[in-house]
Design a protein around this ligand. Structure first.
Ligand SMILES: Cc1cc2nc3c(=O)[nH]c(=O)nc-3n(C[C@H](O)[C@H](O)[C@H](O)COP(=O)(O)OP(=O)(O)OC[C@H]3O[C@@H](n4cnc5c(N)ncnc54)[C@H](O)[C@@H]3O)c2cc1C
Length: 480
């Protein structure tokens, strides 16, 4: 742990609270969602607004002290916090206002998605965004953003109208398609390395009715048939039907399951259908046509309830290492490998309750996208178009479990890598170096470097999710 002699000056440079190592609150504030991240910043600046963020940043730049920026703290790789840096925390900026004339939501830079969902609900509107309410608006939006409503409406960045951001020169800018269009483009998908976002303005959508969540669990012997069905039908399901498959071992204590299936490998199929609940059975039916379910449930709930439904399972205090991959195809062969690795998962079930929900932390998850590619020509998202995306996930509580689990994720990913079609930057457990970033952003990488060079020529924001090499050269890989 380092202590800088200049720190009293930092506290004087801002009007908000600055927390140092050893002071009350430091241990809580330095922590992020992934308990595997254990970094010690030299100070945490709890900014109340853009002026504090600008003052803190200017102090850091003048004193040559590295900075990190924190929103909701959910990034798997823990890029919001680093040893020896000043952490600029936007977590106090939690205001959400709605303007029904302009159809916009104005959202503080430190908001979590639950803040937005709860503010929007009384107006029967929403934003397509993350599915766990304590995920940060900032990090998710700046990386693209997807959620239950995305299949119908698109990514979070499709609704982004304006960002208030403190850039490396300490200037507070209002960035939009009209004002600083290049920077706006970069922020929509690769925005973690350009400044401190203190406010977002989003267009919103009218809520498409209640959400009906249908879940069925099937025994091990049905897994391959179900995976094939999911592969073949998932992408062509209607836009208002989200589709999820998960492979895991059922916890021993899931007493809702017949005794012989507890503690055994199972597969779950879930759909989330928006709209009239009476129409749901016909809309989702084709995904439940094979196999003999050992558990079934159907619940119709408001969107805001759905957004909070799995908060508990994805709770704070657990360590994680995940590897997200989109797939260009899913031949039967890949299913054999996936099942082999899932059955060899060396971890334990860390679900928090005995209630079976549609979403659990699990070794492998598959989501079907839709057939029509999303238009990504006006943003810096990776533009991956795949009909399926998967996540390999290892979760643990005690540090000595880590090596085996991380090794398992890596060898699993490597065994199915020939079918990979890129990754979603927001789900990476390892920060990308310049070579990796070039691969991830493909044909958009060079323009990102140009924008970075213009707005942050000395790489003040060096700790974001990717490394943008200021003098980039080399081959590009579009990942499409
Ligand atoms: C349980 C869980 C569920 C998730 N669900 C979804 C989902 O449904 N959909 C989806 O798209 N993604 C999802 N994600 C991924 C999520 O989008 C990323 O983890 C994202 O980085 C989280 O943003 P954050 O603000 O919480 O994180 P942080 O760790 O605070 O920040 C992430 C990155 O953004 C930068 N950053 C944060 N705040 C700011 C700011 N105000 N200004 C500038 N830069 C900033 C940080 O420096 C860091 O590099 C989920 C993640 C978890 C752990």
């Amino acid at each position: 742990m380092q202590q800088s002699p200049e720190l009293p000056t930092l506290a004087e440079a801002v009007t908000c609270e600055v927390v140092h190592p050893g002071e009350s609150g430091y241990e809580t504030l330095r922590r992020v969602w992934n308990a595997d991240i254990d970094q010690h910043p030299i100070a945490i600046v709890r900014c109340a607004g853009a002026a504090d963020a600008a003052a803190a940043l200017t102090w850091c730049v003048d004193n040559g002290v590295p900075v990190t920026v924190r929103g909701g703290g959910h990034n798997l790789a823990g890029t919001a916090v680093a040893d020896g840096s000043v952490l600029i925390d936007t977590g106090l900026m939690r205001k959400v206002t709605i303007n029904t004339q302009t159809h916009t939501l104005t959202v503080g830079g430190g908001c979590r998605w639950g803040d937005v969902d709860r503010a929007a609900e009384p107006y029967n509107v929403a934003l397509p965004a993350g599915v766990v309410s304590h995920t940060g608006v900032a990090g998710l939006t700046l990386g693209g953003g997807v959620g239950y409503l995305s299949r119908m409406f698109g990514s979070t960045v499709d609704f982004l109208r304006e960002v208030e951001m403190v850039t490396a020169d300490g200037v507070v800018r209002r960035i939009s398609a009209e004002n600083e269009p290049d920077l706006f483009w970069a922020l929509k998908g690769a925005g973690h390395n350009f400044g401190i976002a203190t406010e977002f303005v989003f267009d919103y959508v009218d809520l498409p009715g209640l959400a009906t969540v249908r879940l069925a669990l099937y025994p091990s012997e049905d897994r391959k048939d179900i995976l094939r069905l999911f592969r073949d039908r998932g992408p062509s399901m209607p836009d208002n039907v989200g589709t999820y498959v998960r492979l895991y071992r059922s916890p021993d204590y899931w007493s809702q399951l017949p005794r012989e299936h507890r503690g055994k490998p199972i597969i779950s199929v879930a759909t989330v259908t928006y709209g009239n609940p009476a129409e749901e059975p016909a809309l989702s039916a084709s995904l439940f046509e094979v196999g003999s379910p050992i558990y079934e449930s159907v619940r119709t709930i408001p969107h805001v309830t759905l957004q909070h439904a799995t908060d508990d399972e994805f709770r704070y205090g657990i360590s994680h290492y995940w590897r997200h991959m989109a797939f260009r195809e899913l031949p039967d062969e890949i299913f054999d490998t996936i099942l082999r690795f899932v059955d060899a998962y060396p971890g334990r079930s860390l679900n928090s309750s005995s209630f079976i929900t549609h979403q659990t932390m699990c070794p492998f998850e598959l989501i079907a996208g839709k057939l029509t590619p999303r238009d990504h020509s006006n943003d810096s998202t990776t533009g991956i178009h795949s009909h399926w995306a998967g996540n390999i996930g290892a979760d643990w509580e005690y540090a000595d479990e880590r090596p085996e689990l991380v090794a398992w994720v890596k060898s699993f990913a490597s065994a199915i890598s020939e079918w990979e079609n890129g990754t979603y930057i927001n789900f990476t457990s390892e920060r990308s170096d310049a070579g990796g970033s070039r691969k991830i952003y493909g044909s958009k990488y060079d323009r990102l470097v140009e924008v970075k060079t213009k707005y942050d020529p000395t790489n003040v924001f060096a700790h974001g999710l990717v490394d943008l090499e200021l003098d980039a050269a080399g081959d590009s890989w579009a990942g499409e």
